[in-house]
Design a protein around this ligand. Structure first.
Ligand code: C5P
Length: 236
C-alpha cells in the first residue's frame, strides 16, 4: 500500500490519480494495472453510467422524458465494490457487472451520460468514493470536473484504427459477425457524443500528461505513468 506520507505529499490528502480518454483507449486496463501496482483501489466511472443505463433499461425509462428519468433516479439503488482492481456494480443488491458491457448497454450508455440529472447523481457517488481513500479513477471528465485537484492526471488516447482493432476482439465474443468498420463507426459516434456534449465533455486538460498508446502496450503505458509519478516524488 502506497501512502502519501511515504510519498512525501500532504498526508491529510488522499492520493488521487485521474485518467481520461476516449472510448477503447485502454484506460480501463491501464487504470486497473496501475492501481494494482500501487495497492490502491480503481474506480471505473463508466461502470456507474452503465449501471444506471441497465436500471433505465429494466424500468423502460424514456430518456427524453425528464419526469421518468427523475423518478427512476429516485428509485435507484446502485452500489459499487472494488475487487482485484475491478469495479463491481450492484443494482438492488444484485451483481450486474457481467451485463455492463452487453451490446445494448454499450450502445445506450453514452446517451444516458448526457442527461444532467444522471451526471449529478454519478458525481455524488464518485465524490463519496473518492473523498476518503487513495484511488485511480478513470472516465471522461475525471481530470476536468470530478477530480480537478488530483495529484496526477493523464489523458490516454490511441488512433481510432487501433482502438477499433482492440475493441473488435471483445465485441466479437457477443457479436461474431461484427466488422472492423462497424466497430470503428460505433466508437466514433461515442467519441463525438462524449466530446461535444454540453455538460462535462471529454477534454484534454492542460495539466494532464498526454499518452498516445497507439504503438505501445498497456504494460508500457503503466510504466510510463509510474515513471512520471516517481519523478514528481523525487523532485518534491
Ligand atoms: O468508459 P465506458 O465506455 O465504460 O463508459 C460508458 C459511457 O459512459 C461512455 O460512452 C461515456 O459516454 C460515459 N462516461 C462519461 N463520463 C465518465 C465515464 C463514462 O460520460 N466519467
Amino acid at each position: 500500500m502506497i501512502s502519501l506520507i511515504l510519498m512525501g505529499i500532504d498526508e491529510t490528502k488522499v492520493l488521487k490519480i485521474a485518467i481520461d480518454g476516449p472510448a477503447a483507449s485502454g484506460k480501463g486496463t491501464v487504470a486497473k494495472m496501475l492501481a494494482q501496482r500501487l495497492g490502491i483501489i480503481c474506480l471505473d466511472t463508466g461502470a456507474l453510467y452503465r449501471g444506471i443505463t441497465v436500471h433505465f433499461m429494466n424500468s423502460k425509462v424514456n430518456l427524453g422524458h425528464e419526469s421518468e428519468v427523475n423518478s427512476a433516479l429516485e428509485n435507484l439503488n446502485l452500489r459499487v465494490c472494488h475487487q482485484g482492481g475491478s469495479t463491481l456494480v450492484f443494482l438492488n443488491d444484485k451483481d450486474i457487472t457481467e451485463h455492463l458491457h452487453d451490446i445494448e448497454v454499450s450502445a445506450t450508455a453514452y446517451k444516458v451520460a448526457v442527461i444532467p440529472a444522471v451526471r449529478k447523481k454519478v458525481r455524488s457517488i464518485q465524490h463519496e468514493i473518492a473523498c476518503c481513500q487513495d484511488l485511480v479513477c478513470e472516465g471522461r471528465d475525471i481530470t476536468s470536473v470530478v477530480l480537478p485537484d488530483a495529484q496526477f492526471k493523464f489523458y490516454l488516447t490511441a488512433s481510432l484504427e487501433e482502438r477499433a482493432r482492440r475493441r473488435l476482439n471483445q465485441e466479437r465474443i457477443q457479436n461474431p459477425g461484427i466488422t472492423l468498420e462497424q466497430v470503428k463507426q460505433g466508437i466514433h459516434e461515442r467519441d463525438v457524443a462524449d466530446m461535444t456534449r454540453e455538460i462535462s465533455p471529454l477534454v484534454h486538460v492542460s495539466d494532464a500528461v498526454l499518452i498516445d498508446a497507439s504503438h505501445i502496450s498497456a504494460v508500457e503505458v503503466v510504466q510510463r505513468m509510474l515513471d512520471i509519478i516517481n519523478d514528481k516524488l523525487k523532485n518534491l
